[in-house]
Design a protein around this ligand. Sequence first.
Ligand code: MV4
Length: 449
Amino acid sequence: MFSKILIANRGEIALRIQRACREMGIKTVAVHSTADADAMHVRLADEAVCIGPPSSRDSYLNVAAILSAATITGAEAIHPGYGFLSENAEFAETVEEHGLAFIGPTAQHIRMMGDKITAKTTMRELGVPLVPGSDGALPDLQSAREVAERVGYPVLIKAAAGGGGRGMKVAKTADEIEEAWTVARTEARAAFGNDEVYLEKYLNRPRHIELQILGDAHGNVVHFGERDCSLQRRHQKLLEEAGSPALTDAEREEIGRTSTEALARMGYRNAGTLEFLYQDGQFCFIEMNTRLQVEHPVTEMVCSVDLVREQIRIAAGEKLGYTQKDIKMSGHAIECRINAENPETFAPSPGTVNVFHAPGGLGVRMDSALYAGYRIPPYYDSMIAKLIVHAPTRQEAIARMQRALDECVVDGVQTVIPLHRKILADPSFQKGDYTIHWLENFVAAQTKS
Ligand code: MV4
C-alpha cells in the first residue's frame, strides 16, 4: 500500500479523498493555487504545495507543477478527483512515466472513452445496448440523411469529442438535417478541434440513469447499482438519487450483468460510470465517465462502501475481495448539490461565508470544505457543499432531506437551498415521476409565478 498520496484537486472532493487516506494510514499532500492558500483542503493535509496563480489553467491543470510537487514531497500516487485532470489521458500517462501510480483507469481506457464514437463502438461489440444510430462517424451529409431515414426523425447529431451536452444538434425533420449537420460540424471543430460527428435517434423523454462500476487489476468487475441523475439544468446536475425510482430489481440486475461482463472483457480497472438514457423500459448507453463522480456518495450510502478507499486499494494492486452477490443496496439515498448561486437566475454568488452550520443526525452526511469566515473564490466551480441523506425508504429520505435542509445555515452568499426545498415539496418529484426535462420546466414555472 502507498504511504503518501498527492491529491490533485480542491474543495470538498480533496477532503473526501484525504478522509479515506487518513483512515488507511496514508499521508496526504495537498496542492493549491494562491487563491486557495486559506482553503480547508490545505489546512487538513499533512503537507501542502502551492502550484500556481488562481487560474485553473496555471494551477490545478498545471501538469509540470503537480508532478514537481509529487516528486519533492515523495508521494507515490496521485488521485485526480473529478474535473480538472481526472479524464486527461496524457496526464495519467505522464504520472505513470514518472514512476507514480495514477489512481484511476489506464490512459488507454481514458482515451478510448473520451472519444464518444470509440466508446459506443466498443460497447456495441461487447453487447451493451445503445441508442439506434450511425455505426461510427458520419462520413458525409448523405450518410446522415440515410441513417436518419432508417432510425426515424427526430435525430441528434453529436460531436465525437463532445459529451456533457456540448456540440449537439437536433433535426426534427428531414428539412433540418443539413442545417444540423453543418452547425454540429462547425461547432465541434471550433470547440474541440475535431469535426467528427455521429447520429442518434433523439429520445424525447428519457431519464438519465448511470451505473457505478469498480474493476481491479486482476480481472474482477462489480457494480454498485444505479444513480438517477435526471434532475439537471443546462447539463449541471442538481439532485441525484440511489436507486432510481423508475427501476425494478430485475432491470437493475440485467443491466448490471451486461455492463460488468463488458467491462471485464475490456480489462477495465478502477472506478467508472456507464451513462444510460432510460425510456420505455429500455437502457441505451450514451457515454462512460472514467473517474470518480461528484454524486458517488449516494451509492456509498446505499451500498455501505467507501469508493475512494476501493480506488486506492485497486491502484495499489489489491484484489476487490468480494463478488457481485456480496453487494446489496439497502434503503434510499438523495444528494442535494449546494451551489453558491442565485436560486432563480443561477448567477454565481462568491463572497465570504459569515455563518456556517452543517446539518447532522441519523442518516445525514455533509461533504463540504466550507467553514465560517471562508471566502469563496470566484475562479472555480460554484458547488460549496453536497448534502446527502440515507433512509430506509425514498419517502423517508425525502423527509430527512427536508429536515436537514432546514437545519443548514450558509450566511453571506446566496445558495440554491430554496430551490431544493421547492423540488422536494413537489408532488411529481415525490412520486418519482420525472425525466431529464423536468427541472428545466420546473424552474421556468417557478420564475413565472
Ligand atoms: C441524448 C438525448 C436524447 N436522445 N441522446 C445530453 C448530454 C449528453 N451526455 C447526452 N445528452 C443527451 N443525449 C439522444 N439520443 C438527450 C440528451 C440530454 C440530456 C441527457 C442527460 C441528462 C440531461 C440531458 C438534457 C438535455 C439533453
